[in-house]
Design a protein around this ligand. Sequence first.
Ligand code: BGC
Length: 408
Amino acid sequence: MGLILLMVASSSTWADSLQVLHWWKSTSEHKAVDFLAGKLTQENILWRDAVIPSGSGIGAGIVLKSRVLSGNAPEVAQLNGVLIGEWAELGLLLEFDAVGSVGKWDKILFPSVWSLTQSKGHVVAAPLGIHRINTLFVNRKLFKKYDLALPESWDDFELAAKKLQQAGIIPLAQSSEPWQLATLFETLVLSEAGAGFYNDIFVKKEQSAFFDARFGQALKRFRSLKKWMPTPLQDRSWDELARQFADGGAAMMVMGDWVKAELNAWGLATDVGFACMAVPQTENYHLYDIDTLVMLAGDGSHRAAQERLAQLVLSPAVQVEYNQIKGSVPVLRNPDMSKMDSCARTSWKLFARGGSTQVPSLAHRMATDETSKDAIIAEIYRFFMDDQVTVNDTQRRLGAIARSLKKI
Ligand code: BGC
């Protein structure tokens, strides 16, 4: 009651309020949201939280779409990747070119991030941070206990997995959620075939790529990893799995580096409680996912507050602190790196190399449109969950689907 009164009393002093729709609900995600909300409060703008918990934002995307369609859009939303351009083209996003030009976004942002924030030459999105997807987390305590080498190759991985399983430990934490399976699978495609092929298949959706032997190999590796996962595979959230990993119930986990933030938030220090490595054969790649805020155009009455938020997000101090909490790295070309841990340093430096080092995540919406992504993930899921479905079946089905998918 006291708290409610306090909120009512202080709400009259707010210059404006912004409802922000996002999907961050884990411990570290929550902390990151609190941090941003606190920064906005200092500007006398209230952050009205609209959280739709859903790993990788599937539920949040659905709610956002239905709210926009029913004329009840929030002022701000987390919208990542290819969707930004699609929504901008529909005229749903506020353009805030002045914020971009005053802040010299063209100079301070990585070129690929700068292009992601624009649609038809207008600035329509404020990027928060860059996550690395091809990350293999290793429980150091368990690896030490069983005297195992950190897996630099698939052979190391297999050797360690075998010994761990013999000791009664689940070698690889994994959920049956389709987006989590797809997150693992895309790292395997990259591992098996490199960035050029990855782009042919997931960005260009070339039909021939789906029939390629390298894609078949990635499917085989995917299925062969099943024996190192819990049986039966359950539909668990990524943070539940991270908890199992942290508690020593599972020894390894492949997931975006938001897991690092979660482990840190629970008191496990990077390089001490766990090692953060690249998935074997992907050390030279940065399979990325960029978290981004967009401002919904609405009737324009919140423009000043929305622009202020966009400005704040790109301020050097916010970039450093926010990304430390979230496990991602700054979108800036020249950030303060002094507080970055080894995992963040490696991630930022690799991303900064640009070019073919940067590989857009399929599962996290950076590679292709939503329909194509969903169609591909559905087949990958089907292949993984049903051992009766063969590699050839899946290649054939995806090849057929590829013919009808939108080409960028
Ligand atoms: C987002 C991350 C988030 C993760 C888990 C990813 O798609 O980019 O910010 O922590 O999903 O929900």
